[in-house]
Design a protein around this ligand. Structure first.
Ligand code: MN
Length: 130
Protein backbone atom coordinates (compact mmCIF):
# COMPACT_ATOMS: atom_id res chain seq x y z
CA UNK A 1 0.00 0.00 0.00
CA UNK A 2 1.24 3.51 -0.80
CA UNK A 3 2.38 5.27 2.40
CA UNK A 4 0.41 8.32 3.52
CA UNK A 5 2.29 11.22 1.97
CA UNK A 6 2.63 14.68 3.50
CA UNK A 7 3.91 17.54 1.38
CA UNK A 8 5.66 20.17 3.52
CA UNK A 9 6.02 23.56 1.83
CA UNK A 10 8.40 25.47 4.09
CA UNK A 11 11.36 27.70 3.28
CA UNK A 12 12.97 27.77 6.73
CA UNK A 13 15.55 25.00 7.13
CA UNK A 14 15.13 24.76 10.91
CA UNK A 15 11.38 24.37 10.63
CA UNK A 16 11.79 21.78 7.88
CA UNK A 17 14.19 19.85 10.13
CA UNK A 18 11.60 19.95 12.91
CA UNK A 19 8.88 18.67 10.54
CA UNK A 20 11.11 15.82 9.38
CA UNK A 21 11.56 14.76 13.01
CA UNK A 22 7.80 14.72 13.54
CA UNK A 23 6.90 12.92 10.31
CA UNK A 24 9.47 10.17 10.38
CA UNK A 25 9.58 7.50 7.66
CA UNK A 26 8.05 4.88 9.94
CA UNK A 27 4.90 6.99 10.29
CA UNK A 28 4.54 9.06 7.10
CA UNK A 29 6.24 9.67 3.80
CA UNK A 30 7.29 13.33 3.89
CA UNK A 31 8.07 15.28 0.73
CA UNK A 32 9.79 18.67 1.00
CA UNK A 33 9.33 21.84 -1.03
CA UNK A 34 11.32 25.00 -0.28
CA UNK A 35 9.07 27.48 -2.06
CA UNK A 36 5.54 27.86 -3.35
CA UNK A 37 6.16 27.08 -7.01
CA UNK A 38 8.11 23.93 -6.16
CA UNK A 39 5.31 22.87 -3.82
CA UNK A 40 2.71 23.32 -6.55
CA UNK A 41 4.80 21.30 -9.00
CA UNK A 42 5.09 18.42 -6.56
CA UNK A 43 1.38 18.52 -5.72
CA UNK A 44 0.54 18.42 -9.43
CA UNK A 45 2.91 15.60 -10.28
CA UNK A 46 2.65 13.09 -7.44
CA UNK A 47 0.11 11.66 -5.04
CA UNK A 48 -0.13 13.75 -1.87
CA UNK A 49 -2.51 13.08 1.03
CA UNK A 50 -2.05 16.24 3.08
CA UNK A 51 -0.24 19.55 2.63
CA UNK A 52 1.44 21.58 5.35
CA UNK A 53 1.72 25.09 4.01
CA UNK A 54 3.91 27.85 5.36
CA UNK A 55 2.37 31.25 4.61
CA UNK A 56 5.53 33.35 4.40
CA UNK A 57 7.39 31.92 1.41
CA UNK A 58 10.12 33.50 -0.74
CA UNK A 59 8.23 33.44 -4.03
CA UNK A 60 4.44 33.28 -3.96
CA UNK A 61 2.86 33.37 -0.50
CA UNK A 62 0.93 30.51 1.04
CA UNK A 63 -2.43 32.14 0.35
CA UNK A 64 -1.66 32.12 -3.36
CA UNK A 65 -0.37 28.53 -3.17
CA UNK A 66 -3.65 27.46 -1.54
CA UNK A 67 -5.74 29.26 -4.15
CA UNK A 68 -3.80 27.65 -7.01
CA UNK A 69 -4.07 24.21 -5.43
CA UNK A 70 -7.83 24.59 -5.06
CA UNK A 71 -8.30 25.72 -8.64
CA UNK A 72 -5.98 23.08 -10.10
CA UNK A 73 -7.08 20.95 -13.03
CA UNK A 74 -5.96 17.95 -10.96
CA UNK A 75 -9.26 17.33 -9.24
CA UNK A 76 -7.83 15.61 -6.13
CA UNK A 77 -6.27 18.92 -5.15
CA UNK A 78 -9.70 20.44 -4.62
CA UNK A 79 -10.09 18.20 -1.56
CA UNK A 80 -6.63 17.40 -0.21
CA UNK A 81 -6.40 18.67 3.38
CA UNK A 82 -4.28 21.83 3.62
CA UNK A 83 -3.01 22.98 7.01
CA UNK A 84 -1.59 26.49 7.01
CA UNK A 85 1.34 27.02 9.33
CA UNK A 86 1.63 30.68 10.06
CA UNK A 87 3.48 33.08 12.31
CA UNK A 88 0.70 35.58 11.54
CA UNK A 89 -1.54 34.54 14.39
CA UNK A 90 -4.07 37.36 14.19
CA UNK A 91 -7.67 36.40 13.61
CA UNK A 92 -7.74 38.19 10.25
CA UNK A 93 -4.74 36.17 9.05
CA UNK A 94 -6.44 32.95 10.07
CA UNK A 95 -9.53 33.95 8.13
CA UNK A 96 -7.37 34.74 5.12
CA UNK A 97 -5.97 31.19 5.27
CA UNK A 98 -9.44 29.70 5.30
CA UNK A 99 -10.67 32.05 2.55
CA UNK A 100 -7.71 30.99 0.39
CA UNK A 101 -8.80 27.36 0.69
CA UNK A 102 -6.92 25.99 3.70
CA UNK A 103 -8.90 23.66 5.95
CA UNK A 104 -7.30 24.87 9.14
CA UNK A 105 -4.24 26.59 10.46
CA UNK A 106 -1.80 26.22 13.28
CA UNK A 107 0.40 28.99 14.53
CA UNK A 108 4.16 29.17 14.84
CA UNK A 109 6.18 28.40 16.85
CA UNK A 110 5.11 24.87 15.98
CA UNK A 111 3.76 22.80 18.85
CA UNK A 112 4.86 19.29 17.86
CA UNK A 113 2.12 17.52 19.79
CA UNK A 114 -0.62 19.74 18.36
CA UNK A 115 0.75 19.30 14.85
CA UNK A 116 0.97 15.53 15.14
CA UNK A 117 -2.52 15.18 16.54
CA UNK A 118 -3.99 17.51 13.94
CA UNK A 119 -2.37 15.63 11.07
CA UNK A 120 -3.16 12.18 12.42
CA UNK A 121 -6.82 13.12 12.83
CA UNK A 122 -6.95 13.94 9.11
CA UNK A 123 -4.77 11.25 7.56
CA UNK A 124 -3.73 7.95 9.13
CA UNK A 125 -0.09 7.25 9.89
CA UNK A 126 1.46 3.89 9.09
CA UNK A 127 1.08 3.02 12.76
CA UNK A 128 -2.72 3.34 12.57
CA UNK A 129 -2.96 1.26 9.45
CA UNK A 130 -0.79 -1.69 10.45
MN1 MN B 1 8.56 30.89 5.77
Amino acid sequence: MRPTTILCIEDNADNMMLLSRVFRPESYCMVEARNGVQGLKIAESQEVDLILLDINLPDIDGYEVARRLRSSTKSELAHVPIIAVTANAMKADAERCIDAGCDLYISKPIDIQELWETVEALVPSKRDRD
